[in-house]
Design a protein around this ligand. Structure first.
Ligand SMILES: [Zn+2]
Length: 224
């Protein structure tokens, strides 16, 4: 089964996606990781990706789709029983259609499930605005869930903590709006097909992990 995990910034999607994939024994494929890896390997494609990222643009479909599909196929060497948890892909309905097409060719019996991690906006804002990073060692803190021992000071190296521009209150609302607007068509796409499920992400991490796993398992065909 291919699971597409969707969730707003601050929903805990990355952490949850990784643990869901490991519980199901499948690979976790995040567009962010693939892009970082591509940029690090200095290939021609990697340099192309870098040029988009440095201009603050999304990597266009024709560049990201084949790479994602290749990674998905490469992580499933047995082929016929392809599976994985996808994070950040498909990001558009065009990408969702490209994924459909590739799966039809490669693994026609595979099931697809889209999971949406629901977290109320005020909770997202509180979570994101509580994030602080160390200016020295990059350790991350959250004033609500993982505060430093001394306010504004890194536990690990003693340097000052700072906030990323992205995590400041005024930019958070903008990020959430961009997320909601861009994800809506993909959510509608999978909902129309009856392969969309919502999971409450406004609960302790362990509870969310259990609900995601239970929801994924309940959607799996028993006969295969
Ligand atoms: Zn530090």
């Amino acid at each position: 089964m291919i699971i597409t995990l969707m969730g707003a910034p601050g929903s805990g999607k990355g952490t949850q996606g990784r643990s869901l994939a490991s519980s199901l024994g499948v690979s976790y494929l995040a567009s962010g990781d693939l892009i970082r890896r591509a940029m690090a390997d200095r290939s021609r494609w990697g340099e192309q990706v870098r040029s988009y990222i440095e201009r603050g643009q999304y990597v266009p479909d024709e560049d990201i789709v084949p790479v994602f599909l290749q990674a998905l196929i490469a992580s499933n060497p047995q082929g016929s029983r392809i599976g994985g948890v996808l994070d950040g892909f498909p990001r558009t309905t065009e990408q969702a259609l490209a994924l459909d097409e590739a799966l039809r060719d490669f693994s026609p019996s595979v099931d697809q499930l889209a999971l949406v991690l629901d977290v109320p906006e005020d909770v997202l804002i509180a979570r994101l605005s509580g994030r602080w990073l160390c200016s020295g060692c990059n350790a991350s803190y959250n004033v609500q869930t993982h505060p430093p021992i001394m306010v504004g000071v890194c536990d690990v190296c003693g340097r000052a903590l700072m906030q990323r521009v992205d995590d400041r209150r005024d930019t958070i609302q903008e990020r959430l709006l961009v997320y909601a607007t861009s994800t809506r068509p993909v959510i509608d796409f999978y909902a129309a097909r009856g392969s969309l499920k919502h999971v409450n992400g406004d609960e302790p991490e362990l509870r969310v992990r259990e609900s995601l796993l239970a929801t994924a398992r309940s959607a799996m065909p028993v006969s295969r």
